[in-house]
Design a binder for this molecule. Sequence first.
Ligand code: UDX
Length: 440
Amino acid sequence: MGIPHFLVIPYPIPGHINPLMQLCHVLAKHGCKITFLNTEFSHKRTNNNNEQSQETINFVTLPDGLEPEDDRSDQKKVLFSIKRNMPPLLPKLIEEVNALDDENKICCIIVTFNMGWALEVGHNLGIKGVLLWTGSATSLAFCYSIPKLIDDGVIDSAGIYTKDQEIQLSPNMPKMDTKNVPWRTFDKIIFDHLAQQMQTMKLGHWWLCNTTYDLEHATFSISPKFLPIGPLMENDSNKSSFWQEDMTSLDWLDKQPSQSVVYVSFGSLAVMDQNQFNELALGLDLLDKPFLWVVRPSNDNKVNYAYPDEFLGTKGKIVSWLPQKKILNHPAIACFISHCGWNSTIEGVYSGIPFLCWPFATDQFTNKSYICDVGKVGFELDKDENGIVLKEEIKKKGEQLFQDQDIKERSLKLKELTLENIVEDGKSSKNLQNFINWAM
Ligand code: UDX
């Protein structure tokens, strides 16, 4: 019998590539063979940092159908171009990969969301399929429940809630506001795509989730397909980073007192307007603690922030991208101002760092509820009537968090509980082993 050979296909954004890459490292450690299919554009962008991965993972590429100069910050454009252009090319690529190693043919395709088309291609070729969901299991439960929510009249056929109410997807799950459903910022076209993808994802035998039973235990009763295998933390660096990581951040942190630094980052997609940017800058000044702030280059080079004239920033360091997992594990970090993307959420939990939550879109609102209401390891930064987080709010909640010993203790407890899942006999480790056995 050969070794299990996985073809893995991420949607080309760091929030999908990073956790899938982590999963690949775990699978490789278990003796599996990995072929990693990137879009050509995404591969070129990440290639320089991939040296370590190259040893264990075989990289292949297909074009995403766009021109090199096309604006890839327009996710709709990327999504639909991929859906049109990549499916007809995949069967040939699979044939070529299999021809190189007749003993160990691809036995299973793992995709992240938006790449459901690859499960269809695999299905037609008799290859098993699996989804790696990169958000929380709860957000997956919401998406899975779309047909029922429409039938029950909770949302209409465009995904818009019919009234502001609290809903509970299963008896033990926390109640959530309908206004915070993960698709709340989607237009009809993207909502239809989401609903259609959920149907396609049924071809996936497992829906692997980068989470733990303990974090979201009630969610797993929603469907037997849900399989928690997290936290996926095989490497403390994202080798597939789109941007150059600023390593001087670690030297700077070394010089800061223990648990003194506010870390500020909003992931790879979120964009704020100049007005909000000014409030954040001045809020960090006002809070008067050392801060490490990621001001990411915009994906389309269109947004160029200007720092407000009054901004001093004397206590801080501003970088364009950094090795986030290493940063979160540094003893100088005290708290994390985060947009609550699931990767950032799970990385913060893994490091035992309390949060100041600032959700922007998609699943980030449900993630915020888990952080603040279920785990009680963070505070939400409230917006004013114009939807702005004011500088005074940053100072107030920041100070509140620095003074709160209980929240620090709860964060460390949650960390311990989370780590137990990935020790040799941990629940996530066992799920992963069962999954590999199934794939074989
Ligand atoms: C997207 C969605 O926005 C998010 O809601 C969903 O849950 C996952 O996909 P993104 O917005 O990029 O992701 O946020 P997040 O999930 O937090 O992923 C960001 C990744 O970039 C994290 O793995 C983080 O470690 C990494 N990162 C961020 C860096 O490596 N360096 C940085 O400077 C900032």
